[in-house]
Design a binder for this molecule. Structure first.
Ligand SMILES: Nc1ncnc2c1ncn2[C@@H]1O[C@H](COP(=O)(O)OP(=O)(O)OP(=O)(O)O)[C@@H](O)[C@H]1O
Length: 628
C-alpha cells in the first residue's frame, strides 16, 4: 500500500465464489489478458455515467470539474498501470460491498464452465461473462484502489494480492483523487508490457475506443505529453455514413462486454411522436448463460446522452440476447428511474424498438437467408419463448420461426415451406417434441406420417412443449402433437411403396379387448394405430390429456398434475400382434404379454418400465417358456 491510512486497515476474506474465480484466473494461462483493461475502463466509464446521472439532481457533485475523463498512467520503471476516473467514486462501505463479492447472475454457471474448461475456451468465457474488476489479477500481483465518493471529504483504500483476503482502510483525502477512483495494478513480471504506451494505446483503441467518456494516456518519466486516445463521443449520435463496420464492432464489444462481432447491427433514429436513437446488436455467438433464469436484457437507456439505467427492460424477455442502447430525446432527465419505468414514453419506445428488431429480422430472413439461419441457430430457442409469451406478435414470430423436420434432412424450414408441402386432406401441422433431435426423429409415432409423406416438425427445445399448447395456428392450421389423440391419417393416402395395414383380424381384436382389461389400471385405452408401420406398439396421450413430453417435463420439475393414463396403440399389421391374437396361451400368460407390450412402448419412448421388477419377472417367465 502506498497511501497514508488514517484508520487501521481491516482485513476481510473474499466471498467463496470470488476466491475460486481469482484462483482460476491466476492459475490459468489465457492467451489474451488484454481484457482486464477493457473491464477497468468500463467500470471507470460507468462511474462517470453514474455521476452524470446523480448530478442532474445535485449539480454540486460536479464541483469545478464537470468534464468526465479516464486517465491511464503508465510507469515502466515501477511496473505499474493506473486507471483513474473522476466519476462517482466509492466510500469504504461501498468498497466492502462491491469489491469482494460477485453480484452478477449466472456466476455459478460461469464457474462450472470455467472449471470444466478443457479446450482453452476460458478466455472466450471470461469475455462473455465479463468478470469485471477481478480480471485485474490476471496481470497484477497486487491491486490498490483509492477512491473518494463525489461530494464527500472522506477517502478510502482497498488493497489485495488476490490470494484470499483484501484490506480496506480510510485514507488521507490528500492522497486520493479529488473525486473518483484510482486503480493501481502492480504488474506481474510477464505482464510488464501493460506499462508501455504502445501496447496500452493499441488495446484501448481496439477495445474501448467508443466508451462515452474521453480516455487519456500519460507516461511517467517520459518527455511526451498526456495524449487523448479516445474522444468519448457517443457513437450513436453520429451519422451512419461516418461510422465504419469496425467502429460498430468495437462499440458492440464495449457495450456488450463480448469478444465476438455483431451478427446484426441496427442503428436508427425514430422521429415523430417520440424521438429516440437506437443502436442495438445481435451477437454472433450464443452467450452460455442465455437460459439462466436470472439473466436479464441489458439494453441501456440514455436520456439525451446521459446514462440512466440498464434495467428498464426495454425489450421483451425473448429478445434478451440483443445488446445495445436507446437514447431518448423526450424523457425528462429529472424523472426517477422508477417513474421512467411506468412512463408512456418508455412504453412507446419498448414497443417501437421490439417491433423494429422483429421487422429487421423478417427482412434479412428473406433477403439473406443464410445469415438469418445463423442467428436462428443461436437464438431461435429464445425467440420461440415469444410464441408463448407475446400473443400480439405471435403471428410475426411464427413467420420468423425455423424448424428441422422429419423430411428436411437437417435443414431449417419455415412454416411457409411446411404449408406449401401439405398433403391433400391434411388438417393440422404435426409436430413431435422431445429432448434430442435424433431421438425424436426415430420415434415410432412418426412412422405412419413418414409412410404418407407427411412432414412433422421436430421440436427439441424445452420451450416447444409450452408454445405448442397455446392454441396457435398457422394459415388456419392448428399445431397437433403426433403423440396425442387420434390421428386423421387414414384420410391421407399412403406414399407409393408403403404397405397398407389391413383391418385387424377377429383374433387381434379380441386380444386388444383382453389387453384393455388387463391394463386398465395403466392405460385409458388400447386401440389399433394408424401411425405405426414398423414398430409393434407405441403410447400416445389421449385427446384431452397433456402432451407426453410436457407431462414428463412438469413431472421432472415436481409439478406434475395427476398423471393422465396414456393410450396404448398397436400395429395390427405387425407380425407380433398377429401372433398374439392367435396364441393359445393362458390368461396369465396373455396378461404378461400385454404388460410386456406396454413396457416395450415405454422403453421405446426412453421411459423406464412402469414396474421394473415386475417387468424383469415377466421377461424371465417368457424366456424360460421359449426355451422349453
Ligand atoms: N472505477 C470505479 N468507480 C466506482 N465504482 C467502481 C469502480 N470499479 C468498480 N466499481 C464498483 O465495483 C462493482 C464491481 O465491479 P465489477 O467490474 O466486478 O462488476 P460490474 O461492473 O458490476 O459488472 P460487469 O463487469 O458485468 O459490468 C461495480 O459494480 C461498482 O459498483
Amino acid at each position: 500500500m502506498t497511501t497514508d491510512t488514517v484508520s487501521a486497515p481491516e482485513t476481510h476474506a473474499f466471498e467463496a465464489d470470488v476466491s475460486k474465480l481469482l484462483h482460476m484466473m491466476v492459475h490459468s494461462v489465457y492467451s489474451d489478458k488484454d481484457v482486464f483493461l477493457r473491464e477497468l475502463i468500463s467500470n471507470a466509464a460507468d462511474a462517470c455515467e453514474k455521476l452524470r446521472y446523480e448530478a442532474i439532481s445535485d449539480p454540486a457533485l460536479f464541483g469545478d470539474d464537470p468534464q468526465p475523463r479516464i486517465t491511464l498512467a503508465l510507469d515502466k520503471e515501477a511496473g505499474t498501470i493506473v486507471v483513474e476516473d473522476n466519476g462517482i467514486g466509492m466510500s469504504a462501505a461501498d468498497m466492502g460491498e462491491t469489491l469482494g463479492t460477485i453480484a452478477r447472475s449466472g456466476t455459478k454457471a460461469f464457474m462450472d464452465r470455467l472449471t470444466a474448461d478443457k479446450n482453452g475456451e476460458g478466455q472466450q468465457l471470461i469475455g462473455q461473462f465479463g468478470v469485471g474488476f477481478y480480471s485485474a489479477f490476471m496481470v497484477a500481483g497486487n491491486v490498490d484502489v483509492v477512491s473518494r465518493r463525489a461530494g464527500t471529504d472522506e477517502a478510502a483504500s482497498w488493497s489485495s494480492d488476490g490470494l484470499g483476503t483484501y484490506t480496506i482502510a480510510k485514507v488521507d483525502p490528500a492522497v486520493a483523487p479529488a473525486r473518483g477512483t484510482r486503480v493501481t495494478l502492480h504488474l506481474l513480471d510477464d505482464a510488464k508490457t501493460y506499462a508501455e504506451r504502445y501496447t496500452v494505446e493499441r488495446i484501448v483503441k481496439a477495445q474501448s475506443g467508443h466508451v462515452p467518456v474521453p480516455i487519456f494516456i500519460k507516461e511517467l518519466g517520459s518527455e511526451e505529453e498526456e495524449r487523448q486516445v479516445a474522444d468519448g463521443a457517443a457513437l450513436w449520435t453520429k451519422a451512419k455514413s461516418d461510422i465504419s463496420e469496425e467502429d460498430y464492432a468495437d462499440f458492440y464489444r464495449s457495450v456488450a462486454g463480448q469478444f465476438d462481432k455483431p451478427a446484426l447491427t441496427l442503428h436508427y433514429r425514430a422521429e415523430g411522436r417520440h424521438e429516440y436513437s437506437v443502436l442495438t446488436f445481435i451477437p454472433e455467438t450464443k452467450p452460455f448463460d442465455l437460459f439462466d433464469p436470472d439473466r436479464k436484457g441489458r439494453i441501456k437507456l440514455y436520456v439525451r446522452r446521459v446514462f440512466i439505467t440498464d434495467e428498464a427492460e426495454i425489450l421483451p424477455r425473448y429478445l434478451r440476447f440483443v445488446r445495445g442502447l436507446v437514447d431518448s430525446a423526450d424523457l425528462p432527465l429529472n424523472m426517477s428511474r422508477e417513474m421512467i419505468q411506468d412512463s408512456p414514453v418508455l412504453s412507446a419506445i419498448q414497443k417501437g424498438v421490439s417491433n423494429r428488431i422483429l421487422s429487421e429480422l423478417d427482412k434479412i430472413a428473406t433477403s439473406e437467408p443464410d445469415r438469418y439461419r445463423a442467428i436462428w441457430e443461436n437464438f431461435g430457442a429464445v425467440l420461440k419463448e415469444g410464441l408463448y409469451e407475446d400473443f400480439e406478435r405471435r403471428a410475426q414470430l411464427l413467420g420468423l420461426a425455423r424448424f428441422k423436420t422429419s423430411m428436411s434432412n437437417g435443414e431449417w424450414r419455415s412454416l411457409k415451406d411446411y404449408a406449401a408441402s401439405l398433403k391433400d386432406n391434411q388438417t393440422a401441422i404435426y409436430y413431435a417434441t422431445g429432448t434430442d433431435l435424433d431421438r425424436i426423429a426415430q420415434s415410432p409415432q412418426l412412422e405412419g406420417f413418414k409412410a404418407r409423406g407427411i412432414e412433422v416438425l421436430l421440436l427439441p427445445d424445452q420451450v416447444d412443449s409450452f408454445w405448442t399448447t397455446v392454441g396457435a395456428d398457422y394459415d388456419g392450421k392448428p399445431f397437433k402433437s403426433v403423440t396425442q389423440g387420434a390421428t386423421d391419417l387414414s384420410l391421407i393416402p399412403l406414399a407409393e411403396g408403403s404397405a397398407a395395414t389391413d383391418a385387424p383380424s377377429e383374433d387381434v381384436s379380441s386380444f386388444i379387448s383382453f389387453a384393455k382389461d388387463a391394463l386398465a389400471d395403466q392405460v385409458s385405452d388400447v386401440r389399433v394405430s394408424d401411425r405405426l408401420t414398423t414398430s409393434a406398439v407405441c403410447i400416445v396421450a389421449s385427446e384431452s390429456a397433456m402432451d407426453l413430453q410436457l407431462e414428463r417435463m412438469l413431472a421432472a420439475a415436481g409439478q406434475a398434475p395427476e398423471r393422465a393414463k396414456p393410450v396404448l396403440e398397436v400395429n395390427a399389421g405387425h407380425m407380433l400382434i398377429a401372433k398374439l391374437g392367435q396364441t393359445g396361451a393362458s390368461d396369465e400368460e396373455r396378461a404378461d404379454l400385454a404388460f410386456l407390450l406396454l413396457d416395450e412402448a415405454r422403453i421405446a419412448e426412453g421411459q423406464p418400465p412402469a414396474d421394473p421388477r415386475a417387468f424383469a419377472e415377466r421377461l424371465e417367465r417368457l424366456m424360460t417358456k421359449s426355451l422349453n
